[in-house]
Design a protein around this ligand. Structure first.
Ligand code: 5GP
Length: 186
């Protein structure tokens, strides 16, 4: 799942996981500071720059990127493998560069772009979260604006105009993709 920061990827993914026992979200690693309420190992694996570098050098990441303010994010192979071995479909929550990288490395990937209903709404949501500094919100907004134009490059687009409705749509899309993947297995 990809899309701009503030479109509500996290909210929709949490709602989806509550409905479906056949999917699980891979916990990403990041160097960004923990927000109030976030738990290490549940929301992210919070790493120092040095730890992130070491794990990257050891080949532990499926993909990793530098995001705003030099903060780094990455998907750990170990997380993806753990979920797939348990027989579930693995959900990744990524910005668009990471999503493109995963699509290239794992062609069986299905990409879903979560769009905000409008730029004004995206800005309102990012500011309402108020967990980042004004400068960083500006940086996230500029990036979000450019990322919104990439929506058509992904397999599906779900607009988060209303959480309940968008969750329904996401659930239908994911269910159909899992059913289609199942029929392709030998
Ligand atoms: P946030 O700091 O708001 O939690 O995340 C910032 C952005 O990084 C979001 O768009 C989020 O989806 C993305 N992100 C989270 N984890 C990963 C990851 O493992 N890899 C990549 N490429 N992006 C990620």
């Amino acid at each position: 799942m990809t899309g701009p920061s503030g479109a509500g990827k996290g909210t929709l993914i949490r709602a989806l996981v509550e409905r479906r026992a056949d999917v699980e979200v891979a916990v990403s690693a990041t160097t960004r500071p923990r927000r109030p309420g976030e738990i290490d190992g549940r929301d992210y694996i919070f790493l120092t720059e040095e730890e992130f570098d070491r794990r990257a050098a050891d080949g532990e990441f499926l993909e990793h990127v530098v995001y705003v303010s030099g903060q780094r994010y990455g998907t750990l192979h170990a997380e993806v493998d753990r979920i797939l071995r348990a027989g579930r479909s693995c959900i990744l929550e990524l910005e668009t560069r990471g999503a493109r990288a995963v699509e290239a490395i794992r062609p069986e990937t299905v990409s879903i772009f979560i769009a905000a209903p409008s730029f004004d709404e995206l800005e309102r949501r990012l500011r309402a979260r108020a967990t980042e500094s004004a400068g960083e919100i500006g940086e996230r907004l500029a990036l979000a604006w450019s990322q919104m134009t990439e929506a058509g490059d992904f397999d599906h687009v779900v607009t988060n105009d209303d959480v309940e409705r968008a969750t329904e749509e996401l659930d239908r899309v994911v269910g159909a993709e899992i059913a289609a993947a199942g029929t392709m297995r030998p």
